[in-house]
Design a protein around this ligand. Structure first.
Ligand code: PHE
Length: 353
């Protein structure tokens, strides 16, 4: 019996020597010191050992068991040490290697222009007013003084969402300009106090849609920034002063502006503002087509009918409005020659800004 115990010990010890990974070690544990290992069997079958030998066998079995357990613990520690040394040498961090550059996102060029416009007008006391992109014919045209067959309506061919409504004359469409927001804003402001409506000083930015042949110069979607100021004794010289100041803050302190007569149904009188070409300083280049001037926006005094439709009595109130295209301003600034780049999502284009 004692010999058999010695054999069990030797067998355990020698197979342990050959082990060099954790899986094999846990298997070894099961078969050499586990519940159904040879050594544990000795304890289980102790009653079969003749009484007079039990003391000696028991002691010897205990020694074998302890020896095997101690060897196991030692082996476990040894394997851990090997694994640690291995990972220390294999996974060594070379701090002299060059780092990988983070790729940083950036703002869309039109968003950058929009934010500059917001900043300039915020400094002049204008608040941002957000209006809807899906409009009715009534707001997009009728309340802005476009008569049903006005030629300007053809100019703005629209995307219709729904061509018929209960009334039959008020289809739903995607706004073709930000001007319907003028009516919505004035109605909201005047609704607060119909007898003495508060002054308005807002800009209305947002996406507009026109059903147009896409080309280098026109897209079916584009942003606009509308402006509206309504109050007592607002004059055309307030319009000129505000917009010239805007141009200087936006394009440079020395930039000159000029106003040319124009026509919009919702303003009277109407004008277009040009700024001196900021690329050639007015000398004439390909961007300003040799004229020295760049057309930047449409503007005018709010038409009395529009004031009335907004809940402002044209006898007591006057106002001015303007509308500009951030894509166009961005194109002029960066000499971008094709408006289609803006919404084509080509990173090679967007990464340049
Ligand atoms: N809504 C006009 C357009 O889309 C621009 C404009 C706005 C003109 C306000 C005058 C006043 O062309």
């Amino acid at each position: 019996m004692l010999e058999k115990l010695e054999e069990t010990k030797q067998a355990g010890m020698s197979s342990l020597l050959e082990i060099n990974d954790e899986d094999a070690l846990s298997q070894w544990k099961v078969s050499h010191i586990g519940r159904s290992s040879a050594i544990m069997d000795v304890f289980k079958n102790m009653n079969e050992v003749p009484k007079e030998e039990r003391g000696a066998v028991g002691r010897a079995a205990n020694e074998v068991k302890q020896a095997l357990e101690a060897a196991f613990t030692e082996k476990t520690a040894a394997l851990r040490e090997v694994a640690l040394q291995h990972s220390l040498s294999e996974e060594r961090l070379d701090v002299t290697l060059p780092g990988r550059a983070l790729s940083r996102g950036r703002l869309h060029p039109v968003t950058q222009t929009l934010r500059e416009i917001y900043r300039v007008f915020a400094d002049m006391g204008f608040q941002v007013y957000r209006s809807r992109e899906v409009e009715t014919d009534e707001y997009n045209f009728q309340l802005l003084n476009f008569p049903p067959n006005h030629p300007a309506r053809e100019m703005q061919d629209s995307f219709y969402v729904q061509t018929e409504d209960e009334r039959g004359d008020n289809p739903i469409l995607l706004r073709t300009h930000t001007s319907p927001g003028q009516i919505r804003a004035m109605r909201e402001y005047s609704g607060e106090n119909p007898d003495d409506p508060p002054p308005v000083r807002i800009i209305l930015p947002g996406m507009c849609y026109r059903y147009e042949q896409v080309s280098a110069r026109s897209e079916t979607q584009f942003t606009q920034v509308e402006g509206l100021a309504v109050g007592h004794k607002i004059t055309f010289s307030d319009l000129k002063g505000t917009l010239s100041d805007f141009a200087r803050r936006m394009f440079g302190q020395d930039v000159r502006t000029r106003f040319r007569a124009s026509h919009f149904p919702f303003t009277e009188p109407s004008a277009e503002m040009d700024v001196e070409c900021f690329l050639c300083g007015g000398e004439g280049c390909s961007v300003c087509k040799g004229t020295g001037w760049l057309e930047i926006l449409g503007c005018g005094m709010v038409h009395p009918v529009v004031l009335e439709n907004g809940g402002y009595d044209p006898e007591c109130y006057t106002g001015f409005a303007f509308g500009m295209g951030p894509e166009r301003i961005t194109m002029l600034r960066h000499r971008i020659e094709d408006i289609r780049y803006f919404w084509a999502n080509d990173l090679r284009f967007l990464e340049q800004f």
